[in-house]
Design a protein around this ligand. Structure first.
Ligand code: FES
Length: 118
């Protein structure tokens, strides 16, 4: 069995389907009726900046600390990150934005092109 770092799409497609240890983050394996083959379905991640509140992330994702360690999310597929700075549980929202009167309405807009890297 290949190591996780050796994972490839080809091995995923033929991997056993249920609870396979080679399933990378951001994918779902679904078995065919025989249970002998699996199909990878990449799950989109949606990030929504809420008016006067947190940044909500939905889908299959990981949240990493600066050292690259993943937060244990206990299977959550939706989580909110604080953007007001008042949460006692940063980086996660704990609802303090409402008590603090955080106010920032959001509307999507286009950003300018990135500056060329020197
Ligand atoms: S956005 Fe909710 S506590 Fe900061």
């Amino acid at each position: 069995m290949p190591a996780l770092s050796d994972f490839s799409l080809a091995s995923a497609v033929t991997a056993p389907s249920v609870g396979h240890p080679l399933t990378p983050a951001g994918t779902r394996l679904r078995s065919d009726p025989s249970g002998t083959r699996a199909t990878i379905r990449l799950m989109p991640v949606n990030i929504t900046v809420l008016n006067h509140g947190p940044i909500r992330i939905e889908g299959d994702f990981q949240i990493l600390d600066p050292a690259g360690a993943a937060f244990g999310l206990a299977g959550r597929t939706t989580i909110s990150l604080c953007r007001c700075g008042h949460s006692a549980n940063k980086p996660f929202c704990d609802g303090s934005h409402a008590r603090a009167g955080f106010s920032d309405a959001v509307a999507a807009r286009d950003l300018p092109p990135p500056k060329p890297k020197s």
